[in-house]
Design a protein around this ligand. Structure first.
Ligand code: PEP
Ligand code: MG
Length: 756
């Protein structure tokens, strides 16, 4: 290849002219490949496009046999072209035929050519095709030639993405861009959502590809890079609490990347080749993303995401757009797709338009997931690659039951899901009909069904679900979604709102349960712990930091003026902790009454049973409190030494096993003996089969997610309780090697027509 004076710049200008001219898409492609071949002094230039069936089809060629166009095909991974597409990396070979991956396609007549340079056609990290030049002689293409071909490939990617080539496809054979993709993640919140993609951070679409003057453009790029660096330095120098810890580490990574010489050099090179600064950012990022898609190292993938964020910031600098200007109209059936997202950001979207949430990251206990659950949005997490595979407006289905995401689904999948949604809606209607019926078993025993809550957004569910009250109000959620400690007034405001919404129904407020995995980024006192679940958390932390507890208790006492106040302490390990907490509470009561505040009409103090050591202090415990509530999530985790957040062992031990059920029964019996009310508020309460088991061992009050009230009530209403109690008595008396009694419970339900 001879080096042309103007090189890629001239070529880009010619391409721009061709894109602007009105002509048939095939003609445009033919002229583009001819132009590239001429400009690069290559005898061959061919364009292969990836179809939805993973076949690369020859779409245009200069130099190869023209009758092979739309006939020559390679599978993804097959031959040199297939390998380039599969790896998203260029191949530069002086003797292509000696390469082990070389596959000879007789229809093309390419045997005459030795040297070969192929680059992937990439857009937003996805491979859409492969662009190749070939020469007869054996030669090695220079790096700048490779770079030039990549730049041209980017222009072609835009052409494919704008749908220009759709008219060249044969019926039933679509381009890969519109291929349906099913991705598997983890189900974080149940429910099924059908709708259209809204990228939480929409990719900025660069439409202005060609620069007029490279020097001027280089200045723009340099200026944008400098102000990007400055803004990062500025954020780092702020002594703002919001930028401590993890936030700071991310910013430091950004600073490092913004000064990364390799990255900056590639950006500059793309500008020199004739792209605008923003197109250069897009191109470099696309190359990187496509290559990283094949990496499995989680650390590197995380770094890639940092680079992505940085590139987006740079694009905003260049295009003079703040993040606000990016907010697009949210469709009526929005499915949010995000890498990760703050809990407060989710609440910024209009709830009535959200049908689902897809996250690349996230854990079942992460803040965003807790909030998504609270507002009832079907959620799937850990869906790697979701952001780069999706485009705004793509049709998508989120299945929060089995953790599937179907992007651009085929018609049969869509029909199946539409049926699933209709089925769920019918069931919901049934539950609504049950709502105002008394909650009692078939043999007339009343059962109290309470709901768990934690944010103001949960409150409408109290009336909608027909719950008898709030059995667990997780006060820490307000702290978790805030960016600084909520002030006493804000706390009081929320608690008052809760009590107002409850309108006389009982509410149990749990004092702040932070620590462990519930981290507050702005809380300075927390340190890294080896075993956070066993660490400085919940009541341990608040007894050490009494000001935190005092403030909260004051807010609660004031909010509950003239009404009943029920307070509950989390993670109690020793009865004496209750005495210490009570002393703090009493002091606040005295303080408020001294200032003639309106006090609650009664104050009841309870403890959660989550730590096994309490099981050997049950008598003393029942005397020390007004009520107890079993936190079966933590209790099960500690009794069986099974981390509740570890998906690998999540299914290993069954809480519906004899040992755990015996233990839960012991707690219920201790409560009855002491006349101390007992309730249970872990996840066990929310599934009909486990709720049934709880009733069978003596529980008469349970608290669960609002969406579970309907299904559990449907079970309660059909339950012959006495018969179940006898059956459970037998089952718990003796068991063989297999401890779980799930099968017995299911059989019982079947015999008695109980919906589970
Ligand atoms: C529990 O541990 O069962 C519980 C209800 O508390 P949390 O899930 O908030 O830890
Ligand atoms: Mg707990």
């Amino acid at each position: 290849m001879r080096e042309t004076a103007a090189g890629p710049r001239v070529l880009l200008r010619r391409l721009r002219e061709m894109m602007a001219e009105a002509m048939e898409p095939q003609e445009r492609l033919d002229r583009i490949v001819r132009e590239i071949a001429q400009n690069m002094v290559a005898e061959v230039c061919s364009l292969y496009i990836l179809r939805a069936d993973s076949i690369l089809e020859l779409y245009a060629t200069e130099g190869l046999n023209p009758t092979a166009v739309h006939l020559a095909q390679l599978r993804l991974g097959q031959g040199l072209v297939g390998s380039i597409a599969a790896s998203a990396r260029p191949l530069n070979l002086s003797d292509a035929q000696k390469h082990p991956a070389f596959a000879y396609l007789p229809e093309t007549g390419e045997e005459a050519y030795h040297s070969f340079l192929g680059v992937p056609v990439l857009r937003a990290g996805r491979t859409l095709g492969v662009l190749v030049v070939q020469n007869r002689t054996q030669r090695h293409y220079r790096e700048d030639e490779e770079e030039a071909l990549e730049t041209v490939a980017m222009v072609i990617a835009e052409m494919i993405a704008t749908g220009d080539l759709a008219r060249l496809t044969r019926p039933g054979i679509e381009l890969d861009l519109s291929r349906s993709v099913s991705m598997k993640g983890l189900p974080f919140n149940e429910g099924v959502g059908l709708g259209h993609v809204v990228l939480h951070e929409p990719r900025i679409v660069v439409t202005n590809l060609f620069n007029e003057d490279s020097d001027q453009e280089m200045e723009r790029l340099d200026a944008a890079l400098s102000s990007l660096r400055l803004s990062i330095d500025d954020m780092l120098s702020r002594r703002d609490v919001a930028f401590e810890g993890e936030h700071r580490a991310v910013l430091e990574a950004y600073r490092m990347f913004a000064n990364d010489r390799g990255w900056v050099r590639r950006l500059e090179e793309a500008v020199r080749n004739g792209l605008t600064a923003e197109a250069a950012v897009e191109k470099v990022q696309s190359d990187m993303r496509a290559r990283m898609l094949h990496m499995t190292d989680p650390y590197l993938r995380e770094r890639m995401s940092d680079f992505d964020d940085l590139a987006n910031r740079l694009l905003r600098q260049l295009m003079g757009r703040g993040p606000d200007a990016l907010a697009e109209a949210v469709p009526k059936d929005a499915i949010l797709v995000a890498r990760s997202m703050g809990a407060a950001e989710l609440l910024d979207y209009p709830r009535e338009r959200l049908r689902g949430l897809v996250l690349e990251d996230g854990a079942p206990t992460s803040h965003i997931v807790i909030v998504a659950r609270a507002i009832g949005v079907p959620t799937v997490g850990q869906v790697k690659g979701a952001v780069s595979m999706s485009e705004n407006g793509d049709a998508v289905i989120v299945d929060g039951e089995d953790g599937q995401v179907h992007l651009r689904p085929q018609a049969d999948i869509e029909t199946a899901y539409a049926e699933k949604v209709r089925f769920r809606a019918r069931r919901q209607k049934l539950y609504r009909e049950l709502r105002d019926k008394p909650s009692q078993t078939k043999d007339g025993v009343p059962v109290e069904l309470l709901m768990n809550a934690g944010l103001a957004v949960d409150l409408p569910q109290l009336a909608q679900s027909g719950a008898a009250g709030i059995g667990l109000f997780r006060t820490e959620l307000q702290f978790m979604v805030a960016s600084t400690f909520p002030r006493v007034e804000a706390q009081e405001g929320l608690y008052r709102e809760v009590l107002d919404a409850a309108a006389g129904k009982p509410v149990t407020f749990r004092t702040i349960d932070i620590g462990g995995d519930k981290v507050l980024p702005y809380f300075k006192g927390a340190q890294h712990e080896e075993n956070p679940a066993l660490g400085w958390r919940a009541i341990r932390l608040t007894l050490d930091r009494p000001a935190l507890l005092r403030t909260q208790v004051r807010a609660l006492l004031k909010a509950a003026g003239g009404r009943e106040l029920k307070l509950m302490l989390p993670m109690v390990t020793e009865v004496d902790e209750i005495r210490q907490a009570r002393a703090i509470i009493d002091r606040e009561v005295r303080h408020l009454s001294r200032f003639a505040h309106h006090l609650p009409t009664s104050l009841k103090l309870g403890a959660m049973i989550e730590v096994p050591s309490l099981l050997w202090q049950l008598e003393e415990l029942m005397q020390a409190v007004d009520f107890v509530s079993v936190g079966s999530n933590d209790l099960f985790q500690f009794v069986t030494a099974t981390d509740r957040g570890n998906t690998r062992i999540a299914e290993r031990f069954d809480p519906l096993g004899v040992p755990f059920l015996r233990l839960l029964r012991q707690i219920a019996q201790a409560g009855q003996a002491a006349h101390t009310p007992v309730t249970l508020c872990g996840e066990l309460a929310g599934r009909p089969i486990s709720a049934m088991a709880l009733l069978g061992i003596g529980y008469r009050s349970i608290s669960m997610a609002p969406a579970s009230i309907g299904p559990v009530k449907a079970m309660v209403c059909e339950l012959p309780l006495e018969a179940l109690m006898e059956r459970m008595e037998e089952a718990l008396a003796n068991h063989g090697a297999k401890t779980d009694i799930r099968a017995e419970l299911t059989a019982f339900a079947r015999e008695h027509d109980i919906p589970l």
